[in-house]
Design a protein around this ligand. Structure first.
Ligand code: DAH
Length: 339
């Protein structure tokens, strides 16, 4: 056996500890620990084993000190290995605890849905579409021609009262613009750009400075219908409204006309619908006034038409059994999620 000096033996032990410690610090999983364990402490070809073999080459006088250092180094590296294994086991357990257990039953994610007023609008569009009415839009900021004049609502008509309208500080020509107070504006806009025959329906917001209560709101929605064809009569109007009402409300609905007045229809009626034993006023209707047909360049001797305007909140409230239309706009999910 070649002689070994105590100094070189201790150097090797020091190097062994330093290398083992660095390797264990760098190891982060079970495979790396096993590799380090085999390299440093492996019983057959580990580095500690190789150092141990040199013990026999030391002088008898140095052996006790060398043996003590050897045992110390061995214990230290064994402890480092255990500590490092514990450290990684702890973090791995943490990761496992936080990980998603895909075998657990899912928690439902609450899904939103379309607002009941929008649902109502879409349903009305669909029903009217089946009756041949094309859905069209019009602007919410209107001029006085479309909101009043062309609808035969003259300059002195009380419907133009500033207290009943949201006039804007912006004018077109001499007249201030306004937030439209009715969707009848769209009748004019369509007739100005198209020729009869036509069947349109227009659903959208209208604005009036009303105090909010169970049946009023300063912003609400209307559905406007217009049909202009040769030979149109009130009988067609009533048939369309009854077909609409029974499709929308379902089952046996009665439609009743009460004589009324609107500047843009002649004759004019209020439309009531009975469903489940209760009559409700839904809006107005009538035969398009010849003056309106003339205002858009139609010949009233050639064509005639009917028009109607219903309150969307009203028909939605009726259909869903809502007592206070303000609930539609409170954004309370407990209310909205019922639809
Ligand atoms: N525009 C009317 C209103 O807001 C409702 C109305 C009545 C519309 C008669 C019509 C109609 O088309 O023919 O009170």
């Amino acid at each position: 056996m070649t002689a070994v000096s105590l100094e070189s033996f201790l150097d090797q032990l020091r190097q062994f500890r330093a290398d083992a410690s660095a390797a264990l610090d760098a190891a982060s999983d079970a495979a790396a620990f096993e590799a380090a364990r085999v390299e440093f402490l492996g019983a057959r070809s580990g580095r500690l084993k190789a150092i141990q073999k040199q013990l026999g080459g030391l002088s008898v006088a140095d052996k006790p000190a060398a043996g003590r250092h050897f045992n110390e180094a061995k214990a230290t590296v064994e402890a480092l290995l255990t500590a490092a294994q514990d450290r990684v086991a702890a973090t791995t357990a943490g990761v496992t605890a936080e990980a998603i257990d895909v075998t657990l039953p899912g928690t439902p994610v609450p899904l939103g849905h379309v607002h009941p007023i929008t649902q109502t609008i879409r349903r009305v569009q669909e029903i009217m579409g089946r009756l041949g009415f094309e859905s069209v839009d019009g602007p919410e900021v209107e001029d006085q021609w479309h909101n009043f004049q062309a609808l035969a609502i003259g300059a002195e008509h009380p419907a133009r009262d500033p207290l009943d309208n949201f006039y804007l500080a912006v004018a077109r020509g001499a007249d201030p613009l306004l937030l439209r107070s009715q969707t009848s504006t769209v009748q004019i806009r369509v007739m100005e750009t198209r020729q009869p025959p036509l069947r349109i329906v227009s659903l959208g917001r209208v604005y009036r400075p009303d105090t909010a209560d169970a049946t009023h709101y300063p912003m609400f929605h209307q559905v406007e219908g217009l049909l202009v064809e040769k030979g149109t009569t009130m009988a067609h109007l009533k048939s369309v409204l009854r077909l609409f009402a029974s499709s929308f409300l379902g089952g046996d609905v009665h439609v009743r006309f009460r004589p009324s007045f609107f500047p843009f229809t002649e004759p004019s009626v209020e439309v009531d619908m009975e469903w489940g034993g209760r009559w409700i006023e839904m809006g107005g209707a009538g035969m398009v006034d010849p003056a309106v047909l003339e205002a858009v360049g139609y010949d009233p001797r050639e064509v005639s038409g009917f028009a109607f305007g219903l309150g969307v909140e009203r028909i939605a409230a009726r259909r869903y059994g809502v007592a206070d239309i303000r609930d539609f706009y409170r954004n309370d999910v407990r209310f909205l999620q019922q639809f």
